[in-house]
Design a protein around this ligand. Structure first.
Ligand SMILES: Nc1ncnc2c1ncn2[C@@H]1O[C@H](COP(=O)(O)OP(=O)(O)OP(=O)(O)O)[C@@H](O)[C@H]1O
Ligand SMILES: [Mg+2]
Length: 477
């Protein structure tokens, strides 16, 4: 019949289709839908629950963190009328971030729930407010919160590690830590160190991760403290990054210069979370110098504070250039559980660096390099690594530059010893940080020339001399 009457066909099928198409391409349907929902909502009584980001002591509310992570993962955020876009840590990654006062709708077991991302104007403090129908409350509140917890745990398994840095105490700001994605490329395997030691550290960290029950049974807080010590450029900071990646823990890097006193340090600790690596670099400098307003007892309380106040599953890492002048009480077991030495390069470490940086396992210049190491010359992995990176197009040139730097190092050490014994220049003046300079002591220039005539000596002789030098050092101390 339609085909018989084209006007009727136009009126019944085509016109409504065109009207619907027009409405769906404008916001009219959307607005009507919103009006309808608002009207329907007026007939229900709602209950509100606020989840503030911080408690009165500015300690982070873990539920806030969980809900925030959960909401950011909801497709509803993507469908919101308004949300913020940020680039993520990985290339091409875009993250959706809630806007202040943005409302996110969630559905759970047939109930509709609203989350409002609130920012209090006066204090600037944030909170998330859950709006739920009173009639649904009893039925779904507990399972819903449990659901958020489960989703959060799953997301945590896959999350990227973050680096938190403490900022000065400013009013109107949310907490003292600012975070950035932690994208350091180091892994435990890429750090050059003794392979037995590396395996020990890995298994120590692995067994720590599995030891929740064990620590509970002992009545001890589930935490472990490491001291990384050694000269500059030996990989301590790099190793911290590698540990964080290995554990998948966030890093809290404590900058003591931005802390106004002991109680400030303590409240900073309160704002850290579990599954985190808390780092304090150059500890001996802060213990001895005036670089911070925090007292020695403040630092000791910080080292112990984690035991008494601040949850579990944390690793604390401290670094030092040397621990000789540090009060043993600071390093006692319990405060520091594991001591890891990061020495200057020896020949084995050099070979690992040549392999990783130059792709060279063997080379005709290696015996010459080995001879220099055996004679006592040494450089940090950072120094050798830089020379190799700068000359990576030509391994021979890279190795020659390492040999010449080792030669300079040996000459500097020689000059340092001459000055100490012959009052020409001190080792400190010569800028030498090599550990051998500090330990050994011989009385005359002549003896030194004899000791360091290494370029002409056989390896065997050099090894003997090393023993002799150590013996002299022992006698002196
Ligand atoms: N053992 C190592 N293995 C691999 N790379 C290393 C090692 N040691 C140092 N490097 C390289 O040298 C550079 C400096 O290292 P890093 O900052 O970790 O040294 P550090 O011990 O923390 O020095 P500082 O005491 O001055 O802070 C980094 O680029 C790092 O990759
Ligand atoms: Mg460092």
């Amino acid at each position: 019949m339609f085909f018989l009457n084209p006007i009727l066909f136009l009126l019944i099928i085509v016109v409504p289709f065109l009207i619907f198409r027009f409405l769906s391409r404008t916001s009219i349907l959307h607005i009507a839908n919103n009006w309808w929902r608002t009207l329907a909502d007026k007939f229900y009584v709602y209950q509100l629950y606020r989840v503030p980001q911080f408690n009165d002591h500015m300690q982070e509310n873990q539920l806030y963190r969980k809900v925030h992570t959960y909401l950011s993962s909801l497709p509803a955020v993507e469908d919101s009328d308004f949300t913020n876009l940020f680039s993520g840590a990985k290339p091409n990654e875009i993250n959706l971030v809630l806007d202040p006062n943005q409302i996110v709708l969630d559905n759970f077991l047939g109930a509709r729930l609203f989350w409002i991302n609130q920012k209090c104007d006066g204090s600037g403090l944030k909170s998330l407010v859950l709006k739920i129908r009173k009639s649904d409350k009893r039925r779904i509140l507990r399972p819903y919160l449990q659901h958020i917890h489960t989703v959060f745990e799953e997301l945590e398994q896959r999350k990227d590690v973050k680096l938190y840095i403490n900022v000065e105490d400013e009013p109107q700001r949310n907490g003292r830590w600012r975070s950035v994605p932690f994208t350091h490329p180091a892994t435990i395997d890429s750090v050059v160190m003794d392979s037995d030691l590396k395996n020990k550290v890995k298994s120590d960290l692995e067994s720590f991760l599995k030891s929740k029950q064990y620590y509970n049974r002992l009545g001890r807080v589930w935490k472990r403290s490491y001291l990384l010590y050694g000269p500059s450029g030996t990989g301590k900071s790099t190793f911290i990054a590698a540990m964080a990646k290995f554990l998948s823990y966030d890093v809290y890097d404590v900058d003591l210069s931005k802390i106004s006193g002991d109680s400030d340090l303590r409240s900073l600790l309160l704002q850290t979370t579990s599954k985190s690596l808390i780092v304090m670099e150059d500890l001996e400098r802060h213990l001895t110098g005036k670089s911070t307003a925090v007292s020695l007892s403040g630092i000791l309380n910080f080292m112990d504070g984690i035991v008494s106040c601040c949850g579990e599953e944390r690793v604390m890492v401290f670094t030092m250039n040397g621990k000789d002048h540090v009060d043993p009480a600071i390093l006692r077991p319990g405060r520091i559980d594991v001591h890891l030495e990061f020495p200057l390069c020896d020949f084995n470490a050099f070979k690992s660096l040549a392999n990783s940086h130059l792709g060279v396992k063997e080379h005709k210049l290696f015996p010459q390099v080995e001879e220099m190491f055996q004679s006592g010359a040494s450089l940090s992995p950072a120094e050798i690594g830089e020379l190799m990176i700068a000359n990576r197009a030509s391994p021979s040139r890279a190795l020659k530059s390492v040999i010449s730097a080792l030669q300079n190092n040996a000459d500097t050490k020689l000059a340092g010893r001459v000055s100490r014994n012959g009052s020409v220049r001190s080792a400190e003046e010569s800028g030498d940080s090599g550990i051998l300079c500090k330990d050994a002591g011989v009385s005359t220039v002549k003896e030194f020339r004899k000791l360091y005539g290494f370029l002409r000596r056989s390896r065997r002789e050099s090894a003997d001399l090393d023993d002799k030098e150590r013996e002299i050092g022992r006698q002196e101390s």
